[in-house]
Design a protein around this ligand. Sequence first.
Ligand code: IMP
Ligand code: MG
Length: 184
Amino acid sequence: MTEPSEVLARTGGRSVKRIVYSAAQIAERVQGMGREITDHYQDGDDVLMIGLLKGSFIFVGDLVRQITRPVQVDFLVAGSYGSGTTSSGEVRLLYDPEAKLTGRHVVVVEDIVDSGTTLNRLVPLLRQRQPKSLELCALLHKHLAPSIALEPRWVGFDAPDEFLIGYGLDHSENFRNLPFIASL
Ligand code: IMP
Ligand code: MG
């Protein structure tokens, strides 16, 4: 789906600057990440995958199907962006996962690590719940944050410092339905 007319049909006529990661590139990398996560956990305990909504919803769906061991899935909502393209620095917890984290292998699944603000607020809250292990899996990493509370163990792509949309990533709630990742 990279025909200009098909892109424009999905964006309502707004053109994207360039496709940064194609659907095929994403699929191949997500498959690899699924394999890496599967291989990492060897003690037989289940793994709880916690997706950060909304941006990770497509990534989580694709990723968990590439993990060939028992996992459970939950979500968490921490809003940090308003409707603009720069981080507001404010993080709100709007939905707290129902699953108990204590004593469990937990993987936080993030669409993109940008300023790291969200993670720096979130990780201490999750650590308080004393998971057996806590890891971060990010589809995209901009490497802009001087320090983050938890470095991602798994990164899909080292992303350019551009505002990215598609494959779950939005701008003012639009473009999440693009099957590729583009810069706006
Ligand atoms: P951070 O707190 O600055 O690391 O960013 C947290 C959230 O902001 C990410 O999980 C995304 O949902 C959103 N975000 C950051 N950069 C981008 C971008 O380039 N495109 C779309 N959303 C972004
Ligand atoms: Mg977002």
